[in-house]
Structure formats: structure tokens, C-alpha cells
Design a protein around this ligand. Structure first.
Ligand SMILES: [Zn+2]
Length: 325
């Protein structure tokens, strides 16, 4: 899909999490790959886009060490139309050449998560969300900020590399984060499309909420609706999809309930309230952004562990930032 005025070489990919603008690039000749694959020609290496073949290629490595760039490339190679010319999935600390001693996967690379990584002797953090409080991790406005300085110094002192894996994991087919969430909810058998689920037999809204809380380790959720409403058709939109996309999806897919990560109160919540006033049976459950996507970091841990069997890889949940009074 393209936007008016957008050059043809750009594709607009709408995921249920965010909008990603992709640029279809030819696969570049990869210098890092040459270092760790000894007996494969580049043309053979080009077919190494399936997990199976990537795994097989590991046996051809000359030693057991990996650097940050090799591990990043290993994942990027399985993503359709990757690498992307425009992406937020860049290194936020450290360098591609850092030899990896251990890996931590997480939603947010908080100072707490970084300290946990240090205690685990892990020097590579694969995070889903920003390190420095804005989508592109622009730090120019933070140069005089104490919190930023402390975090940046901590990373530097312990030589920790952080890679954000957001656009790439969401661009897997199917979306890696949603795959992790669906597995944790135990809803695979109900899945009808990327985001729609038909729960059979139907469950009451209260049961759905309790199930989500238990499976995703959530203390409390916010919701709109009648707790005794039967729910069959569930629209699941993890993360912060944005009001217009949440409302458009409700309008098109007509679910009984939208289960999402995060809303703007003045957008989706007001739409759901008006839909109820109009007589529709529509509910809303807000899980919290972190809780709704943390299973994606578990997915990432498992993906890496399968391919790097000798590496210590730990999923460290970043936990909820907000408490309920
Ligand atoms: Zn996400």
C-alpha cells in the first residue's frame, strides 16, 4: 500500500502495532557473514533465510563466538523485505563488533533491566521499545538531563550493547510479538486472522478479563463494558496501535470486544462509549502496553536460544511502570 506522493519504491506496511515505512532493498553483500560462515558461497548464503537453514549454517562457523552485528543480521535475514532503509531498529548503545557473552531480551531496557543484565554477565540487550524515552531514541534534547546521563554512563561503563528489535519482529509473518502473546493466552485454536479470534464457546467479559490477567501476569486492567456480556469475537491489538487504527479496525471487523495494549483516553475510549450509547454490544479491555507485548520478548528469547544453543539468554520482564492506588 502506498500513500499519495510516496515514491513507488516505498511500501507502507500497516501492522496492528504501528505503521512501518519500508524501502525494498536488494540484500547487500554482507561482510560480517563472511567472517562466520567459512564454506558457503554468497549465492548459497542467499537462501539462508529460513530458520532451519540458518541453524544448519551455524555448524560451519569456525568458533563459537558471535558479535552483536552477526546476531542482529541473523534475525533480520528472516524478515520479509528486510533490511529496511528506514527503521527505528538500530543500536542504541555499544557496537556491532562487541563479542557477545550473554543476552537479555526485554520490552524496555530500563536501568533495572540493565543492572540485571550486568549481574547475569550479559552484555547484549535485545529490547522491543526505546531506551531513551522517544520513538527514534533522539538524545539531542537530553544532553543535560541527569537520568539520561546516568543510564548512558552505566551502559558505557559496562560495555553493554542495546539493539531495538521492533519493526523487524512485527514484520515477521506472522508477527512475532502477537505469536508470543497468542501462545501465552492459549488462543491459537481461536485465531481467524492476524488480529481476530473467535472464542468458542463464548465467555463472559469478566472471564475474558480474568483469563488475560492470569496468563499475562497483570494485576489490574481498565475496561469499558458489561462484565456479563458474552464475548465471541475478540479483536486483539497489542502495543500502542493508535486511536484511528483501533477505531477503524472495530468499524471493519465488528468485534464484541477490543483487547489492546494502550489507548489515548480521548480517542478509542470515547468511541467505545458512544458505540454503547448507540446500542452496540462493544467492550474494551486495556491490558497495558508492556503487559500486552512482553510475551514478544519471550518469543525472541526462544528464537535466539534455538539458534545459539551455547549462549546464555535470559528474558528479563521489564514489569509495569505504573501502580494502581
Ligand atoms: Zn510492539
Amino acid at each position: 500500500m502506498a500513500l499519495p506522493g510516496m515514491p513507488k519504491k516505498f511500501k507502507l506496511l500497516i501492522t496492528f502495532d504501528r505503521i512501518i515505512i519500508k524501502y525494498a532493498m536488494p540484500t547487500p553483500k554482507d561482510h560480517t557473514r563472511r567472517k562466520f560462515i567459512t564454506n558457503l558461497s554468497l549465492s548459497t548464503a542467499a537462501i539462508m533465510t529460513t530458520p532451519y537453514l540458518t541453524k544448519a549454517a551455524n555448524f560451519l562457523k569456525t568458533d563459537d563466538s558471535y558479535n552483536v552485528g552477526q546476531i542482529m543480521d541473523m534475525f533480520i535475514k528472516i524478515v520479509p523485505n528486510a533490511p529496511f532503509a528506514s527503521t527505528v531498529d538500530t543500536l542504541k548503545a555499544g557496537s556491532r563488533d562487541t563479542v557477545v557473552g550473554g543476552i537479555v531480551t526485554t520490552m524496555f531496557p530500563t536501568i533495572g533491566v540493565i543492572k540485571k543484565a550486568i549481574s547475569l554477565n550479559a552484555n547484549f540487550i535485545v529490547a522491543h521499545e526505546p531506551t531513551f524515552y522517544n520513538h527514534t531514541d533522539d538524545v539531542s534534547w537530553l544532553q543535560n538531563d541527569d537520568v539520561y546521563q546516568y543510564k548512558a554512563d552505566l551502559l558505557k561503563k559496562h560495555n553493554i550493547a542495546i539493539w531495538r528489535n521492533h519493526d523487524y519482529i512485527h514484520s515477521l509473518q506472522p508477527d512475532g510479538v502477537t505469536t508470543g502473546v497468542v501462545a501465552q493466552l492459549g488462543w491459537k485454536q481461536y485465531q481467524k486472522s492476524a488480529a481476530m479470534f473467535a472464542i468458542n464457546p463464548s465467555i463472559m467479559l469478566s472471564e475474558l478479563i480474568n483469563h488475560a490477567k492470569k496468563q499475562l501476569n497483570i494485576e489490574k486492567v481498565r475496561y469499558i463494558g458489561d462484565l456479563s456480556q458474552p464475548c465471541t469475537n475478540v479483536l486483539l491489538m497489542v502495543g500502542a496501535a493508535g486511536g484511528q487504527r483501533q477505531i477503524s479496525a472495530i468499524s471493519t471487523l465488528k468485534p464484541d470486544v477490543l483487547v489492546c495494549g494502550e489507548i489515548a483516553e480521548w480517542e478509542t475510549a470515547e468511541y467505545v462509549r458512544d458505540a454503547q450509547s448507540e446500542g452496540r454490544k462493544l467492550s474494551l479491555v486495556v491490558l497495558g502496553h508492556i503487559a500486552s507485548e512482553e510475551p514478544g520478548s519471550e518469543f525472541m528469547r526462544n528464537w535466539l536460544q534455538e539458534r545459539l544453543p551455547g549462549m546464555k539468554i535470559t528474558h528479563v520482564p521489564s514489569g509495569n511502570s505504573l501502580s494502581f492506588a
